[in-house]
Design a protein around this ligand. Structure first.
Ligand SMILES: [Fe+2]
Length: 246
């Protein structure tokens, strides 16, 4: 291999996301939230993501007390219908479902009284408001852990109130929270600030999981652009991400 080949190898983009294989955060189930509106849209997104190298999906519809009142009775039948449609279409992927829980008062009650939907046996995906962090978040996270869940924070890089308090991410992670960055933050889809924080998290080695958080085709386009990002390549090729174990 000549010098030029080495250079070429280093700078060539990712061919696809097959090394990652599993998407653990997505809104692909039809008609449940602001993701895929119907089965046709679901199947198109799944086909496009499969073309990008994904073989396994965790669909994580929003659960918000005031807005998206999902629970197992809405999510599990939608999962079954997507599984049937995927089989009918012959798309070689596996589809599972959990949820993306919005931390609010309703969540605190659910956590106390119900069995929550998890990725695998115990991984619990949660998000918080983009405006301000819940004051009692550390306590709620502790309560999740007391109940036996392993919390995953969805897209920490999208919460502006922590941008000037980067240590906060490390504190959460040190307390046992897995950090899930959105792939489209790396591609700049959510703007320069989210991108800068995502890149800093990668540099500091505090990214545990990657998710597409795919709602629609514009997100798929962002993922295509993301293949060219050196940081994406570095993260996927060189970091022991947790995706494959979910
Ligand atoms: Fe999401």
């Amino acid at each position: 291999m000549g010098l030029f080949d080495i250079f070429k190898k280093k700078s060539s983009p990712l061919a696809d996301y097959s090394l990652l294989g599993t998407d653990m955060h997505s809104h692909l189930l039809p008609g449940l939230d602001d993701g895929a509106p119907d089965m046709q849209a679901s199947l198109k997104l799944i086909m496009d993501l499969h073309e990008l190298g994904f073989r396994k999906f965790w669909c994580t519809p929003h659960i918000m007390s005031d807005f998206y009142k999902n629970d197992p009775s809405t999510i599990l039948p939608a999962l079954e219908s997507v599984r049937e449609a995927v089989k009918e279409q012959g798309i070689p992927v596996e589809v599972f479902a959990a949820a993306e829980y919005y931390v609010d008062e309703g969540f605190v009650k659910k956590l106390e009284n119900e069995k929550l939907l998890t990725l695998g046996e115990k991984h619990l995906l949660f998000e918080v408001s983009y405006i301000n962090a819940p004051e009692n978040l550390s306590q709620v996270i502790f309560n999740m852990q007391l109940k036996g869940y392993r919390p995953i924070m969805a897209h920490p890089e999208r919460y502006p109130f922590w941008y000037r308090d980067f240590e906060k991410y490390k504190t959460f992670r040190d307390s046992g929270v897995l950090m899930q960055v959105n792939m489209n933050s790396i591609s700049g889809y959510y703007g320069p600030d989210a991108r800068a924080i995502a890149l800093k998290m990668i540099d500091e080695g505090i990214v545990d999981l990657l998710g597409t958080d795919c709602h629609h085709e514009r997100h798929v386009e962002g993922l295509r652009r993301g293949l060219k990002e050196p940081a994406m390549r570095k993260l996927i090729e060189q970091t022991a991400l947790f995706n494959a174990s979910l």
